[in-house]
Design a protein around this ligand. Structure first.
Ligand SMILES: C[S@@+](CC[C@H](N)C(=O)[O-])C[C@H]1O[C@@H](n2cnc3c(N)ncnc32)[C@H](O)[C@@H]1O
Length: 367
């Protein structure tokens, strides 16, 4: 039997149980076992919806690998190297990180690698990319080993579900997804009763409260950051989160849908477009501090990569490159650090155990 198309499935669910919160809608559109955007297939290759930094150039993963290495060395190499990646996509970043380790005396066979990935097709690609290194896969963070580890993640937090509440008729109410008037598509709605999520706004009062003002919050992002921060604070190790977002999020909806490299309406064709929201890095750093981790950054991706030596790495790669390859390396460099490209929009934040030194990439501070 053919699986029900995601739009029909979501409409049936709304008809049966009522409106979906934005977070529920994102979860249905992205993660539902049948037809969720991330459930199966290769979303990174699908219609070329988007390209991520590790797919732009090997330099990205190599420098993330050197970050782990330098943090591990600064920690005194007290424990075997355990690597974790959340949402590894095609496994490109992890395999580039490991290539960077090849120039050191690290025993690659002793590496303990753990990948958190729900998409079985991507798991197969990751296995292939990590030829023979036998990673362990996890559906979520709850089964990760309880030992010091170094965790990295690129473009993972931005796809986690986000709630949106809107100031409407004198109260904060949850924005919801409903059926449109003809019943064959989706539309935005506002819950009648005020939202209990409004209690979380007290620490971040909006400067002015006007009708239509939207506030986003993501318990899912907070729960990932909290689990990682607690582990790093109590066991040691470190974590590097790279994602697009703001140092301190402004108000308003940042929900976006991308299909075939174009912005599309998030309510049209769920399951066929990548839905994401900007990551609020101030909330990431507050959650991490609350759970005992030292927080470094956020800094821009440009600053992080420059401080990690991306220009020197590009020059080295160019030494043995053809003219065509030199142009490609230069284009990739620009794409990763350019202010109009990924350099400013993407931010990097690191968590380490308390009392350690400032890790590489964050020494110059905010920027
Ligand atoms: C935008 S892709 C980024 C892939 C890769 N990090 C990169 O930069 O190329 C998001 C990745 O996270 C995975 N993913 C998204 N949400 C997840 C979740 N809740 N649990 C586990 N994996 C998830 C996706 O399947 C995919 O591998």
């Amino acid at each position: 039997m053919m699986p029900e198309p995601p739009l029909e499935r979501i409409l049936a669910q709304i008809a049966q149980s009522g409106p979906l919160t934005v977070a529920e809608y994102m979860a249905e559109a992205l993660y539902h076992r049948s037809g969720g955007y991330y459930a199966a297939g290769d979303p990174l290759g699908r219609l070329g919806d988007f390209i991520t930094a590790p797919e732009v150039s090997q330099m990205f993963g190599e420098l993330v690998g050197f970050w782990i290495l330098s943090t591990w060395i600064a920690d005194g190499q007290k424990h075997p190297l355990t690597l974790i990646e959340l949402g590894p996509g095609r496994g490109t970043m992890m395999s580039d990180m490991i290539r960077a380790f090849q120039s050191t005396n690290i025993d690659l066979n002793a590496l303990d690698i753990h990948l958190v990935e729900t998409n079985s097709d991507l798991r197969t690609m990751q296995d292939h990319a990590l030829k023979g290194l036998s990673p362990t896969w996890h559906d979520d963070l709850s089964t990760l080993p309880n030992q010091p580890w170094y965790l990295v993640t690129n473009e993972f937090l931005d796809a986690l579900p986000v709630h949106q509440i809107v100031w409407s008729r004198g109260a904060w109410r949850e924005l919801v997804v409903i059926a449109n008037k003809t019943g064959n598509g989706l539309a935005w709605g506002v819950e009648k009763t005020p939202s209990p999520l409004a209690n979380h706004i007290s620490d971040h009062p909006p400067n002015q409260t006007v009708d239509g003002l939207v506030f986003e919050m993501s318990p899912a992002v907070e729960s990932v950051v909290t689990a990682v921060a607690y582990q790093v604070a109590t066991q040691g190790g470190g974590a590097l989160f790279i994602d697009y977002g703001e140092e301190r999020q402004g108000r308003g909806s940042s929900l976006q849908a991308i299909r075939g490299q174009k912005f599309v309406d998030p309510l049209i064709d769920p399951g066929f477009a990548d839905l994401s929201c900007h990551v609020d890095f101030s909330l990431v750093s507050e959650a991490a501090r609350r759970h005992g981790a030292s927080v470094h950054g956020p800094v821009s991706q440009c600053q992080f990569l420059l401080e990690m030596g991306i220009e020197q790495r590009a020059n080295t790669l160019m030494e043995n490159a053809s003219e065509d390859q030199k142009v490609k390396i230069d284009e990739a460099l620009h794409r990763l650090i350019g202010k109009e490209e990924m350099g400013t929009l993407f931010k990097v934040i690191a968590l380490t155990s308390p009392g350690g030194i400032t890790p590489a990439g964050f020494v110059r501070g905010i920027g």
